[in-house]
Design a binder for this molecule. Structure first.
Ligand SMILES: C[S@@+](CC[C@H](N)C(=O)[O-])C[C@H]1O[C@@H](n2cnc3c(N)ncnc32)[C@H](O)[C@@H]1O
Length: 396
């Protein structure tokens, strides 16, 4: 499975432009990496230099990687890669961005062995890479091309618009915001919510507030879909709420629902993935999530990320269900009429998720309280992050 995308193609075909177009249309995400730029003297191409992607346009001395010394005679400067390039790549891994850019890899780095080693370390990391690869064949570039975690797209003048669409969608998918295999069509989901699920949200919202005994602060609804749980909870509390989802289409409908509920200013949408929540450490008092856990392929990563954003003493209420045995019975009947296979598909998803040993997954976290409950109301995981001083309140 590839985690890194490179664009290749003939000179001046627009490889870097295509990458810039992808980057400028991505939703706000953290991007680190490097860029190589052309240097002109007396209107003639006289060199190439390396820049840190996070410091572009800063007035720093040019770090040349290649210079034209005598009309058409080029010399490479591998030290720039081995010093500045390595430093940039090390910072990329330390900075944990959503995406690393390598624009571009070519032949000036043929002798920069240390830099090459770090390029391979970045490619092997879980952080996706979007880069440009010179078309020329060198042992270094060939080694990149044949990696199973790398996918190379060849761009031509004829295909570049089509390529842009394809690469943009692939990058979204790599950063967890694309229409992956678990993609749910937002319009039909909202239709089903309105026709069938609507009664469960006020019930679950009240259960959460009763159980956590929380009334105000910052709430985060993870995998909020079209926003109903977060909206219902905000209506009956003093929370200000973020609705986080990896689907822009879901959030567009959520925005209409926020407006309809008159909660603009108190409820906000947030495009992002549970694996990399775009909020600061310890900034959330209550995390809620219904029906999304079943889609998280990396549950440990997701739950640890939720723990990261929880404030000391903050609580999370995560799981799925319909609020009560009575609601569950009604909804199962209605859904079965709509879709014969619904019960079977649900049962499969629920069993896989409910049978996970959550105590084991969360054993490294500093929790004041942890409970996994399974009843007719659903499966809910309730956890409370330890206060810095004192003990939790959930079990009292
Ligand atoms: C079944 S819907 C539940 C929506 C809403 N919570 C509700 O109860 O109506 C699951 C939602 O989780 C979202 N989702 C799935 N994987 C996600 C991820 N990795 N990060 C953020 N949201 C995710 C989907 O886009 C979808 O909107």
């Amino acid at each position: 499975m590839h985690n890194n995308i490179f664009v290749t193609g003939d000179l001046h075909v627009g490889k870097s432009t295509l990458i810039q177009r992808v980057l400028s249309n991505l939703p706000l995400i953290k991007i680190l990496g490097f860029k190589t730029s052309r240097f002109f003297q007396n209107k003639k191409l006289a060199g190439f230099y390396l820049e840190d992607f996070s410091r572009l346009c800063q007035d720093t001395p040019k770090a040349f990687i290649g210079r034209c010394v005598n009309d058409n005679y080029w010399v490479s400067i591998p030290e720039t890669f081995d010093i500045l390039g390595v430093e940039i790549l090390q910072n990329c891994l330390k900075g944990k961005p959503d995406l690393i850019v390598m624009d571009e890899l070519g032949f000036f780095e043929n002798d920069a062995k240390l830099f090459q080693k770090h390029v391979f370390a970045v490619l092997a990391s879980p952080i996706p890479v979007l880069g440009v690869l010179k078309k020329k064949r060198t042992p270094f570039l060939d080694q990149i091309r044949k990696r199973s975690d790398v996918k190379v797209f060849e761009v031509t003048r004829e295909n570049r618009d089509r390529m842009y669409e394809q690469i943009y969608e692939e990058v979204l998918q790599l950063i967890g915001l694309g229409k992956g295999k678990n993609y749910i069509d937002a319009a039909s989901y909202e239709k089903t919510v309105k026709e069938v699920f609507a009664p469960v949200y006020p019930v679950i919202a009240k259960q959460i507030l009763d159980r956590t005994k929380m009334k105000s602060g910052i709430c985060l609804d993870v995998g909020a879909g079209t926003g109903h749980l977060g909206i219902e909870l905000t209506k009956i509390s003093d929370f200000n709420t973020y609705l986080l989802d990896c689907s822009q289409d879901m959030l567009l409908i959520a925005e209409q629902n926020i407006e309809r509920a008159g909660l603009q200013g108190r409820v906000h949408t947030l495009l992002g993935s549970v694996y990399r929540i775009p909020l600061n450490n310890e900034s959330v008092d209550l995390v809620i999530s219904r029906g999304s856990l079943y889609f998280w392929e990396q549950k440990k990563l997701a739950l640890h990320e939720i723990y990261r954003v929880l404030a000391p003493g903050g609580m999370a209420y995560i799981g799925g269900g319909f609020g009560s045995a009575e609601l569950k019975r009604k909804i199962y009947l209605q859904m079965q009429q709509k879709d014969q296979n619904w019960r079977k598909n649900m049962a499969q998803k629920i069993n896989q998720t409910n049978n996970i040993n959550y105590l084991e997954l969360l054993k490294d976290l500093d929790l004041a309280y942890l409970e996994v409950s399974n009843s007719e109301a659903g499966m809910w995981l309730i956890m409370q992050k330890k206060q810095e001083f004192g003990v939790g309140t959930a079990s009292n």
